[in-house]
Each structure stands twice: as C-alpha cells, then as structure tokens.
Design a protein around this ligand. Structure first.
Ligand SMILES: C[S@@+](CC[C@H](N)C(=O)[O-])C[C@H]1O[C@@H](n2cnc3c(N)ncnc32)[C@H](O)[C@@H]1O
Length: 359
C-alpha cells in the first residue's frame, strides 16, 4: 500500500508543471495555452447563454464551477472569469427575476500542483469563493450532483499512465527507441488510443455523478483534426522530437539507451471523432457542440520556455537534473530545424461542450 502511494506521488511530481520557484515557471510561460482559452471565450459565452437551464440550479443559491487541471494561474483565473461573466450576463438578461447566486470556484489539480502559488495569486477583486481540490480528475473529486459547470483546458491530453504494453519488452507494443507513439508500430498507437479511451471513460463516469442534471461541461485540449494521420499532427510531431533528442543523447553516452527505451510520454492527442465515440459510449451526456479551434503554432523563441515550463519535471524525474540544459537546447534546435515541415501542418485545439442528461 505504501509503495503504491509512493509510486503515485512520484508520478504526480513528474507530470506537474513548473511552480513559482522555477526559472521557467508555468505561470510566466503559458501564453500558448492562454490562446486556446481566449479562443474558447465566445463559445463558452454562447454555451451559457443558450444551453444552461435555470432548472439545473433547483433551489441552490450557489453556482458551483470547477477548473480541472487548473495548474496555478493566470490562465485558470481568466478561464473562470470568462465562465462567471457569462453566467452573470445570463442572469442580467434572461433570468432577470432571479437573484444572481453566490459563485463558488473549485480549483482542482493533482496534489503535487503548486497550490500555494495559486492561492497567493488569486485575483484580489474576485467575485467568488475559492476552494482547492487536490486529486486526479480520472477519479471522483466532488459529492454527487454538486457542480453546475465543469471546465478544463490543456489538461485532458495527459493520460493517467503510459499504457502497460508499451513498457513491456515482450509485447509487440514495446516502444523501443521512442518516447511517443506517432511514428511507432500500430500496436503502440493502439495501446495509447485504448488508454485514452479508458481514461476518458473514467473521467466521464466521475463527472456524470458530480454534475447536476442539465449542468454543462466544456473542455479544450490540444487535438488532431479528424482523418489526419497521427504522425502528421503538429503536437505529435513536436513530441516526436522529444524522443529523437533523447536517442541522440543516448548515442553520445550522456544517458543510458535502456532508459530511453523505457521512457514514454503519457500524452495523447485525440480527434473529435474519438471524443464523440467515447462520449456516446458513456451515455450520460449530450454533445452540444464540438469544434476544432485553430491554434497558432509556437514560435521557436517561445518554444523553449513553454515546453520547459510544462515538461521539465518529467525529464528530470526520468533522466536527472544534469541533462536538462543540454536536452532542452537540443530540443529547441530540432524544433527550429523543423519549422518548415511544421509550417505545413495545421494545429488545432478541440472544443467540446457536453450537457448532463436527466437520469
Ligand atoms: C498544461 S497544464 C494546463 C493548465 C491550465 N489549465 C491552462 O490551461 O493553462 C496541465 C495541468 O494538468 C494537470 N494534470 C495532469 N494530469 C492530471 C490528472 N490526472 N488530474 C488532475 N490534473 C492533472 C497538471 O498537473 C497540469 O497542472
């Protein structure tokens, strides 16, 4: 039991983004992710305006919102503000006979997230009661029928774990010499896609219990346009460079090749078709809107800090502190060299809006 807890703590430490104490902190290096939040703002406003029913509040005078995988700001504060502005606007225009409720916001992330920074940087003029909720969004986090609006951005691409087959030397899905699936054997791709479906199934089952009937859930994630091969997806191409840098360093003897063989990124970039199939299989939500949002690609000068802020911990946890500078320099160089190829593919974020069915 203790061993399982230790393993899960280690995994959380490795997959968290950089806190305030780091040179490449996520708070200062997440404008790329912020673009997706900006792009979703109007869609959230429309969603609240046309899809949120007052009946979902029943007799409650508190409107409860959560941001799952919130990290530590400022993006989460902006996303939450967009949602609450839309709800307030709805009260002023459509529900004029009802009093604007209190707002309660649950900022949720893995326990290893820098919640201190989050709480210390809460907007002083906020019009909501703020709470922190530690834990994985792949399991239950809230009491039954508690939430009116669930939101998540740039987090649901993170799998709960690397698929086991990919780590098994005796499996046809053993992903030797690569850190990601997009250029790997079809067994590797299938293992990742199955892990994503299992994880999203857990996510939807948990939220189906926690969201009130008629409540909404919106999420934005880096994605893959329907029909685009995995290997020609912008995010996957970038993650593939990750593996290629590690292999170069193994060839130079800086890290052990064995370690590279057993290292894989727990990330999956789904398409809307895949998300739709998983939501339909779950059966607890209606799909109200699904869209590919165009996403600007990272300029090489911001690539290094953005990627390092998000992924430094996973490299440190697996290969140690000493290789960090060399690794991220070499990743940046490869990204710069790949700009013309990356120019030729489109980058999208998926926007998905779901509504909890009546039971
Ligand atoms: C790239 S950050 C996104 C932060 C913020 N939502 C944004 O849009 O800028 C991804 C966040 O997801 C969190 N995360 C990853 N897996 C998670 C899980 N299973 N449960 C909860 N949070 C998770 C990470 O800790 C990290 O803070």
């Amino acid at each position: 039991m203790i061993k399982i807890v230790e393993e899960s703590n280690k995994k959380e430490m490795a997959t968290r983004v950089n806190g305030a104490d780091c040179f490449y902190s996520y708070s200062k290096n997440s404008s790329f992710q912020r673009n997706a939040i900006d792009a979703a703002k109007e869609l959230i406003k429309e969603a609240v305006f046309s899809k949120l029913d007052i009946a979902c509040l029943s007799s409650s005078n508190t409107f409860r919102v959560t941001d799952l995988g919130c990290s530590m700001g400022p993006n989460t504060f902006l996303a939450v503000q967009n949602i609450l502005e839309a709800v307030e606007n709805k009260y002023r225009t459509q529900w004029r006979n009802s009093e604007v409720p209190d707002f309660q916001v649950f900022f949720s992330d893995q326990a290893a997230n820098d919640f201190n920074e989050l709480f210390q940087s809460l907007p002083p003029d906020r019009n909501y009661f703020a709470m922190g909720v530690p834990g994985s969004f792949y399991s239950r986090l809230f009491p039954k029928a508690h939430l009116h609006f669930v939101y998540s951005s740039f987090s649901l691409q993170c799998l709960s774990k690397v698929p086991e087959e990919v780590l098994d030397r005796n499996s046809p899905a053993w992903n030797k010499g690569r850190a990601h699936y997009s250029n790997s054997a079809h067994q590797v791709v299938e293992a990742y896609s199955a892990q994503y479906a299992r994880d999203m199934g857990c996510f939807l089952n948990a939220r189906a219990q926690e969201i009130v009937e008629g409540g909404l859930m919106a999420f934005v994630v880096p994605g893959r346009p329907n029909g685009t091969p995995h290997a020609q997806n912008y995010y996957n191409m970038t993650l593939d460079l990750f593996g290629s840098c590690l292999l170069d360093m193994a060839k130079k003897g800086v890290i052990a090749e064995d370690k590279v063989d057993s290292f894989n990124l727990p990330m999956y970039n789904a398409s809307l078709d895949e998300v739709e199939a998983i939501v339909k299989y779950n059966g607890c939500f209606s799909i109200e809107r699904m869209e590919n949002l165009p996403q600007e690609k990272l300029q090489p000068n911001v690539f290094r800090s953005t990627v390092r802020a998000g992924m430094e911990n996973i490299v440190r946890a697996n290969f140690g502190e000493d290789i960090l500078d060399e690794f991220f320099d070499s990743l940046n160089k490869k990204y710069e060299e790949s700009t013309s190829v990356l120019e030729s593919v489109t980058a999208v974020s998926l926007f998905v809006l779901l509504k909890r069915h009546s039971k």
